[in-house]
Ligand binder design. Structure first.
Ligand code: 6PG
Length: 255
C-alpha cells in the first residue's frame, strides 16, 4: 500500500498513508497478519472494533478478502466492540450495525464469535455491567484482572476522545471496571465504553485516524507531552503491547 512515512517514538509507531483507502488496506493487512499469528499461537484471534465512520473502509476491505501470506478462518476470530451507542443494532448510529452491514454479513463468522454490547432490553448502565460479565467469562478473568485482546482498533475525535472516553469525563479515570456507561452532556446521551486499562492491556492497539480536521489534535497527542492526560487518546499506551497510529496525509498534516 502507498505508505508515505513510517516512524516510531514515545507515542508509538506512526504510519502515514496517501489516502483513507491505503490506510484501510494497511489496517486490513495488519488484521490478517495478526489473525494468522494469533490463531497459530493461541488458537483464536480476539479483536476490539472501533466505531464511527473511519473503520467502515477497513470492514469493507476485510469483507472483500485481503491478499497476504497464510490463511485464517473467521471461525477462530472473536469480535468485540470498544464502545457502542444505546440504540438498536438496526439504528444507523449503531457501531455493531455498521460492522454487520459492511463486514459481518459478508464473511463466514457465526453468532458465537460476535460479542456486541448486550443492549437488548437494558439501559446503558445494565448493558455495561452485562458486557463486563461477558468479557470476564470469555477470558475466564478473576476479579481485578484485565483481558488481553490480541488487537484493538481505536478512532479519535477532533477533541481527542477515543472510544467513548471524552475529555474531562470521569470514565477516563476509571481504573477498575472493564466497561462503563458515561452520560455525555455534549451528546445528550449515554454511551457504553471499554476503559483505558482494557485498551492498555492489549497486545496491539492501532489508531485509525483520517481527515485534516484531526491534524491539530494528532500533533498535540503525538508531540505535546505538556499535559499527558489532556486527551484520552493520549492515555493509550499499551503496557506490554504495540501501539500504531495509522494516519492519512491530511490527518498527519501537522506532524
Ligand atoms: C464512536 C467511536 C469514536 C470514533 C471517533 C472517530 O463510537 O463514535 O468509537 O471514538 O472512533 O469519534 O469517529 P470517525 O471515525 O467517524 O471520525
Amino acid at each position: 500500500m502507498p505508505i508515505v512515512s513510517d516512524s516510531s517514538g514515545a507515542a508509538g509507531n506512526i504510519r502515514v498513508f496517501q489516502d483513507p483507502d491505503a490506510l484501510a488496506r494497511a489496517a486490513a493487512e495488519e488484521f490478517r497478519r495478526r489473525a494468522v499469528t494469533s490463531i497459530q499461537e493461541r488458537g483464536r484471534f480476539t479483536v476490539v472494533l472501533s466505531g464511527g465512520s473511519t473503520p467502515v473502509r477497513l470492514f469493507e476491505k476485510l469483507a472483500a478478502g485481503v491478499p497476504g501470506k497464510g490463511e485464517f478462518s473467521w471461525s477462530a476470530v472473536h469480535l468485540f466492540w470498544g464502545d457502542e451507542r444505546p440504540v438498536p443494532f438496526s439504528h444507523p448510529e449503531s457501531n455493531f450495525g455498521s460492522a454487520r452491514a459492511a463486514l459481518l454479513s459478508r464473511v463466514e463468522i457465526g453468532p458465537a464469535n460476535l460479542h456486541p454490547v448486550p443492549l437488548e432490553g437494558k439501559d446503558a448502565a445494565a448493558a455495561a455491567i452485562a458486557y463486563e460479565k461477558e468479557i470476564r467469562s470469555f477470558f475466564k478473568l478473576p476479579e481485578g484482572r484485565f483481558p488481553r485482546f490480541d488487537l484493538v482498533f481505536l478512532g479519535m475525535g477532533s477533541d481527542g476522545h477515543t472510544a467513548s472516553l471524552f475529555p474531562g469525563t470521569p470514565a477516563v479515570q476509571e481504573s477498575k471496571r472493564l466497561v462503563v456507561a458515561p452520560w455525555l452532556e455534549k451528546l445528550g446521551n449515554f454511551r457504553i465504553t471499554m476503559t483505558i486499562p482494557v485498551f492498555n492491556q492489549a497486545r496491539c492497539v492501532i489508531f485509525l485516524v483520517a481527515g485534516a480536521g484531526k491534524a491539530v489534535t494528532v500533533r498535540k497527542v503525538l508531540e505535546e507531552e505538556d499535559r499527558p492526560g489532556r486527551f484520552p487518546a493520549g492515555l493509550i499506551r499499551p503496557a506490554s503491547g504495540e501501539l500504531f497510529w495509522f494516519l492519512d496525509r491530511p490527518a498527519a498534516g501537522k506532524i
